[in-house]
Design a protein around this ligand. Structure first.
Ligand code: PAF
Length: 282
């Protein structure tokens, strides 16, 4: 395994081991790796000769200083996990200065409205931060294929839009959500949950699974009312939003159309820890 802490060193290494015909696979992460991240790397390794993973907690995508401060940073154990897959994976773990060169600010992006829904409403500026770092990382790594988890489905659609609008020559691949045995979607933030909270967090997947069952016969409003009631009754979990939306435009579903694909999106707080999940409905 090769570890690079500066873009200069990484780029110089990639230039020395690749040419136009070498396929580079890339998995951008913020570390605190779990089985979901490793599955992205495995997918990358199936299709690419060179595989790069970045580990960088990007400050410009956090709208909440406490969330940023408490974001788990576990580089050593991340590296140990990567080594279990292969010794040839390239790890890029730059400093904030190396990436932002003294100007730690996000650039403004227009993602044709995708950025104004759900996460965008509740985390102002979040997708400008994501757009800024993903574009920067794509410019540095120049991957042929980049792998993102579907748990952050809105982010996945936004990265696809970023690539389309900026004509970046990379294929963005969405990969299935990895779940704990109780259904909780794997997330680096789960590390901050107590054992009890982790167990109880099964309510999130149970509720959206029920929403999927209801989708065949109930309206989006009826399902949303049901989800609100579930969380009104809960003393541990606070619902931030539940939305049934068109998978492509991310606009809320007001009346179901047979020709459209829909998804449920949810964000929930447990003891100030924010968890999100999503499920395809049809
Ligand atoms: O999904 C994440 O972990 C982050 O948003 C990403 C894509 C690595 C950008 O910082």
């Amino acid at each position: 395994m090769l570890l690079f802490n500066t873009q200069k060193e990484l780029v110089s290494h990639l230039n020395s081991v690749s040419n136009e015909t070498t396929s580079i696979g890339f998995v951008p992460t913020m570390g605190a790796l779990h089985a979901g991240h490793l599955s992205l790397l495995e997918e990358s390794m199936k299709h690419n000769a060179i595989n790069v993973i970045s580990i960088f907690v990007n400050p410009t995508q956090f709208n909440n200083a406490e969330d940023l401060a408490k974001y788990p940073k576990t580089l050593e154990s991340d590296i140990a996990k990567i080594k279990t897959l292969s010794d040839s994976i390239i790890v890029f773990a730059p400093s904030i200065d190396d990436i932002y060169e003294g100007k730690t600010v996000a650039s403004p992006f227009n993602f044709d409205g995708l950025e104004h829904q759900m996460e965008g409403k509740f985390r102002p500026g979040h997708f400008d931060g994501v757009g800024t770092i993903v574009k920067r990382l794509f410019e540095i790594v120049k991957p042929n294929n980049a792998y993102f988890g579907e748990k952050d489905f809105q982010q996945l659609q936004i990265v696809k839009k970023l690539v389309e609008k900026n004509k970046i020559p990379v294929i963005v691949v969405g990969c299935p959500i990895y779940r704990e045995p109780n259904g909780l979607a794997m997330s680096s933030r789960n590390e901050r949950l107590t054992d009890e909270e982790r167990k109880k967090a099964a309510i999130i997947y149970q509720t959206i699974t029920e929403a999927r069952k209801m989708f065949a016969t109930k309206s989006a409003k009826e399902i949303t009312d049901f989800v609100n009631k579930v969380f009104d009754k809960s003393t541990d979990f606070e619902l931030e939003y539940f939305q049934i939306a068109d998978e492509t435009t991310l606009l809320p579903c007001l009346r179901k159309s047979k020709t459209k694909k829909y998804r449920a999106f949810i964000a929930v707080f447990v003891n100030k820890i924010r968890l999100i999940d999503t499920i395809s409905l049809n």
